[in-house]
Design a protein around this ligand. Structure first.
Ligand code: PMP
Length: 380
């Protein structure tokens, strides 16, 4: 199988991630749940992973990091946890958001916790959401700006640096969905004035599924969304709210988070190699797609996330044909319905090929050949 679905989860994982996970799984203990040496050793490794991830993303002592099951939980924690104390007012977000931002926000709107959601569309043909685009929607009642860094539909990339400056100048917290950008972009939460950064471990950071994190400023109150054992204040019937423990109730995915620390470090140690490889293959793919009659391409970046359609054909039909030819892509709406409203592809969806470190030039040229054949098939 030629795997071109790396935006769903990366196929390639570095050896150091398996070693770290194997080591933990074959010598399990529960961190923060005992005073014995095995538990303490494990807690030290979890804290090393926290320190590694904080350093990689420029989070100094002003920031907390909380481990989550993935980016969905990180975004839910950021949105429900922060807006719990900031009711009323509006939230400014973008048309490129994933349902893991759109659904929590709309749940808050339905329950009248917030008064409105404003969706920013990019004004530039590059599809880059700029600070100027965001500024048009922000006012004195804006409680939060939530921006997807790299779209999981088209790879459109928001100008986080300037949006961070805008948010900071207006004293409004900025939440960044880094699900598709981490590992592919260098982000520094301090310098980029990001108040909360939500991450998936299993995509560009090359970790396992089931581990992600939220980095957030210590001066922001983020309430727990999960209640239970924290290993702290066990005599109290009231949930402790101190980060990280108060926001990480329950036994954590210890092997996953320690593996994520190792995988993310490996990724940033090899950042240029990985991303120039992906950029090269993305330009090969975009050039090839532009030469095939009957294909519309929606992507404007070299991020490796490429959405396209065969004109007049449902995206599922194209993906099925590619699958029959041993090529794995994703079709449909990619859990980002407003992006499709923006692109005009609500009905058809798009075919998404997403390139990763596992891919090579043959994978791209073979996919282009199969697509060319598909486009030439007789149709009623
Ligand atoms: N945001 C974006 C942009 C995504 O692409 C995804 C995953 N498809 C998520 C959030 C949710 O991440 P996870 O599946 O790790 O919870």
């Amino acid at each position: 199988m030629i795997y071109l679905d790396n935006a769903a989860t990366s196929k390639f994982k570095p050896r150091c991630m398996f070693d770290a996970m194997f080591c933990r799984l074959s010598d399990s203990a529960n961190p923060g749940r005992g005073g014995h040496n095995d538990s303490l050793d494990c807690a030290i490794m979890v804290n090393d992973a926290r320190a590694t991830l904080k350093t990689l993303f420029g989070a100094d002592d002003d920031y907390h990091i909380v481990f989550t099951s993935g980016c969905t939980e990180a975004l839910n924690l950021a949105i429900f946890g922060y807006l719990a104390d900031n009711i009323g007012g509006n939230v400014v977000t973008t048309v490129f958001e994933h349902n893991s931002v759109l659904r929590p926000l709309n749940n808050l709107l339905q329950r009248n916790v917030i008064d409105g959601i404003r969706y920013v569309s990019p004004s530039d043909p590059s599809q880059c959401v700029s600070a100027e685009d965001v500024a048009k929607y922000v006012d004195g009642n804006t409680r939060l700006i939530a921006v997807n860094h790299v779209s999981n539909v088209t790879g459109a990339t928001a100008d986080i640096e300037r949006i961070g400056e805008l948010a900071n100048s207006m004293n409004i917290p900025l939440l960044v969905d880094g699900a598709q950008s981490l590992g592919h972009k260098r982000l520094n939460v301090g310098k980029n004035k990001i108040s909360m950064l939500a991450a998936a471990g299993h995509k560009g950071l090359h970790g396992s599924q089931g581990a992600g994190f939220l980095i957030f400023r210590k001066d922001m109150k983020v309430r727990p969304i999960r209640f239970g054992g924290t290993g702290t204040f066990s005599d109290s019937l009231i949930q402790p709210e101190d980060a990280p423990e108060g926001l990480e109730s329950g036994t954590m995915n210890t092997a996953g988070v320690i593996g994520l620390g190792a995988a993310a470090q490996w990724t940033y140690d090899n950042f240029d190699k990985i991303n120039s490889h992906i950029g090269y293959l993305a330009s090969q793919a975009l050039y090839g797609l532009s030469k095939i009659d009957g294909i519309t391409v929606y992507t404007k970046t070299l991020s490796g996330v490429i959405s396209f359609n065969v004109n007049g054909v449902d995206s599922s039909e194209v993906a099925d044909y590619l699958n029959d030819n041993e090529i794995a892509v994703r079709n449909g709406l990619h859990c980002a319905p407003l992006a499709h409203r923006f692109l005009g592809t609500e009905k058809q969806g798009t075919v998404r090929m997403s390139i990763g470190y596992n891919n090579n030039a043959y994978h791209v040229s073979r996919t282009l050949d199969v697509l060319e054949k598909f486009c030439k098939l007789p149709r009623p």
